[in-house]
Design a protein around this ligand. Structure first.
Ligand code: ATR
Length: 275
């Protein structure tokens, strides 16, 4: 029996066990993927414990992704190193390798929706951990990137690292008008009744809108659909970051549709109070 896990705190809400157990079953693996509540203080002991117990792979989520790199017990791949965060660990004979598949998840979600990235103007709204992973990955695909954030200082700091321009939210409407791809990497829209990220009516049918939020259909995505734009939700990023992790661990092609179905079912169960 292969054991996989996800460490985080809080972790009860995680959809990864439902998604990865469905995938492992579909791949014919005799395996189990479980969520473990691990604090920042216990992260080193938990990772080393998982290795000692013969785990086949780990995911890390909030608030552990940055901490894992600081511990110096992992060998990060170049992208994880540049992003400064690890969400996937593989255990090999020679050691433990850290990867960041979050940006890849976003990229794959956009490509799957038929969105072209190379040479396109991408506007990233937000400058936190998710924005960082996506900015680095889009930079590698030769997108022309702008970053707008509530804290302009954070936008400018991230922009300087990915050869982009950083702005405050007062420039948002002008930036949205010029962008081909608009990505919400803030937490705005996660709760019903949140203030709007954008005034309604700003999006155009030629644009693609991508929201990293996956627990509900945000007003941002509703506006995009109403405008006839391509609308991509955060479920697809979650699925593809998990698919990439699974492929790193098993060397097998991930059953992406099975994973998407498991996530959407788990979300529906939560919404109807059965989750
Ligand atoms: P994550 O790791 O999910 O990206 P994070 O690092 O906490 O989470 O980042 C959250 C992002 O949402 C930040 O860009 C934050 O803006 P600030 O850097 O100015 O804090 C943004 N954000 C959160 N609440 C917001 C709000 N009400 N309006 C605009 N931006 C908001």
């Amino acid at each position: 029996m292969k054991i996989f896990g996800i460490f985080g705190d809080p972790i009860e809400h995680s959809l990864s066990p439902a998604m990865q157990n469905a995938a492992l079953l579909a791949l014919g693996e005799t395996a189990c993927y479980h969520a473990f509540r691990v604090s920042r203080e216990d992260l080193s002991a938990a990772i080393l414990g998982a290795k000692a117990m013969g785990f086949s792979g780990l995911n890390l989520t909030i608030p552990l992704k940055e901490k894992a790199l600081q511990l110096d017990i992992l060998e990060p791949d170049p992208l994880a190193s540049a992003i400064g965060a690890v969400n996937t660990i593989s255990f090999t004979k020679s050691g433990m390798v850290g990867y960041n598949t979050d940006g890849w998840g976003a990229l794959r979600a956009l490509y799957d929706a038929g969105v072209e990235i190379r040479g396109k103007m991408a506007l990233i709204i937000g400058a936190g951990g998710a924005a960082r992973a996506i900015a680095y990955t889009l930079q590698q695909e030769d997108a022309e990137i702008s970053i707008a954030n509530r804290s302009i200082k954070k936008a400018q700091e991230l922009a300087a690292q990915v050869d982009a321009c950083g702005f405050g939210l007062s420039d948002l409407e002008r930036l949205v008008d010029k962008a081909d791809i608009i990505i919400n990497c803030t937490s705005v829209g996660m709760r019903m009744g949140d203030p709007r990220l954008l005034r309604t009516g700003l999006l155009k049918s030629s644009q693609a809108a991508f929201d990293i939020i996956y627990n509900r259909e945000t007003e941002f995505l509703q506006d995009a659909r109403a405008a006839g734009a391509v609308a991509v939700d955060g479920v697809m990023m979650l699925v593809h970051q998990g698919a990439k992790a699974l492929e790193i661990w098993t060397g097998k092609k991930a059953p992406v549709q099975v994973m998407e179905r498991a996530v959407r079912e788990a979300l529906r169960a939560k919404q109807t109070g059965q989750g």
